[in-house]
Design a protein around this ligand. Sequence first.
Ligand SMILES: CC(C)(COP(=O)(O)OP(=O)(O)OC[C@H]1O[C@@H](n2cnc3c(N)ncnc32)[C@H](O)[C@@H]1OP(=O)(O)O)[C@@H](O)C(=O)NCCC(=O)NCCS
Length: 153
Amino acid sequence: MSIQPAQESDFHAIVRLLDETALPHADLTPEHLAHFLVARDGDTVVGVVGMEARGDAALLRSLAVAADRRGGGWASRLVDALEARARESGIRTLYLLTTTAEGFFARRGYQSAERDAVPDAIRATEEFRGICPASAVCMARPLVPMAEPVPVS
Ligand SMILES: CC(C)(COP(=O)(O)OP(=O)(O)OC[C@H]1O[C@@H](n2cnc3c(N)ncnc32)[C@H](O)[C@@H]1OP(=O)(O)O)[C@@H](O)C(=O)NCCC(=O)NCCS
């Protein structure tokens, strides 16, 4: 299995996986996939995670691993890879909403955050505005920027 950028041709497989895992996808379009990663076993998509970037903040969303592949560290690898890409593209804080995986993210350094403390641009995403239940916990994680190259004098 490997982790790769999602292709637009993965769209239906990703929607199926989100559907099977009861995660919201009503707002998802093929254009979103430019910021999505998939775990692939051969031709089969067995895991997914994505982000919606807004300035230097981003919403981490749509983390799902197929039921028969769980417990093998794939969600952890997907989140590691997404965080690395977020860092590379200048994202300083990742936000997310979850009803099911608070413990998973807490172990990865995400902390509960008041929704009022979330930047307006993140709160304006469809996931925040309605499709995620109001009972979902909001979490945030600051990303340490990649080391700046030391100037040579
Ligand atoms: C949550 C989910 C993505 C985890 O996938 P996974 O590939 O099994 O996760 P990993 O194998 O990387 O798990 C890493 C660790 O987190 C723990 N963990 C996994 N899911 C967890 C959860 N929901 N809550 C708390 N801890 C969890 C694992 O037990 C494992 O612990 P260990 O290192 O002590 O063995 C998967 O269960 C899933 O798709 N669930 C349905 C969709 C969902 O809830 N997504 C989250 C939306 S925000």
